[in-house]
Design a protein around this ligand. Structure first.
Ligand SMILES: [Mg+2]
Ligand SMILES: [Zn+2]
Length: 195
């Protein structure tokens, strides 16, 4: 890419890009939605940085370690790549205030709904947040995006159906979509309209 800051789509991982399965703790439990790779590919082609942001409190809870999270992201990136897509970066928060693993038991600025991961990605990748979108199946995903100056999309996959039944009128949500493909289709149109 050349020129100034580019827009990004910040994708939540569990329940958004891959199926929600409680705490993913084995690689063979990772299941993509049938449309995930294509959605990423379309966003790549439109010039968006595609960034995965994920709360992984399972580290603080002692369910798995950071090496497992990184390995999961390496494999996830490879599979997206095999389908012709590209994840530009992964960020995860391993913390949890009530965790059992001392080293990760804390309040932090990265756990969504805090915008820490969005802001870090924006600085690392030179992202134009005002033209960016945060997509996820929890309100905390939307809230983190909004707090950083991006727009927020809730998807009804994963925990999103439950979230959609508990509206958050305090959050100016741009869209409630069925899944990340419907979100992508809408984002591409919005992007073309504003370009
Ligand atoms: Mg999720
Ligand atoms: Zn954190």
């Amino acid at each position: 890419m050349t020129g100034g800051p580019r827009p990004a789509v910040f994708l939540d991982r569990d329940g958004t890009l891959i199926e929600e399965c409680g705490y993913l703790s084995r690689l063979d439990g990772m299941r993509f939605f049938p449309w995930s790779v294509d959605a990423v590919r379309l966003l790549n082609r439109a010039g968006f940085a595609v960034v995965v942001l994920t709360n992984q409190s399972g580290v603080a809870r002692g369910y798995f370690d950071e090496a497992f999270v990184r390995e999961t992201h390496r494999v996830l990136g490879e599979r997206i790549g095999a389908g012709g897509g590209r994840i530009d970066a992964f960020y995860y928060c391993p913390h949890y205030p009530d965790g059992t693993v001392e080293a990760y038991r804390r309040r932090c600025e990265c756990r969504k709904p805090k915008p820490g991961m969005v802001l870090r990605a924006a600085a690392d990748l030179s992202i134009d947040l005002a033209r960016s979108f945060a997509v996820g199946d929890r309100w905390s995903d939307v809230e983190a995006g909004l707090a950083a100056g991006a727009r927020g999309v809730l998807v009804r996959s994963g925990f999103g159906d439950i979230a959609a039944q508990q509206p958050r009128p305090d959050l100016t949500t741009a869209l409630v979509a069925a899944d990340v493909m419907e979100a992508t289709s809408w984002i591409l149109r919005e992007h073309a309209r504003c370009a």
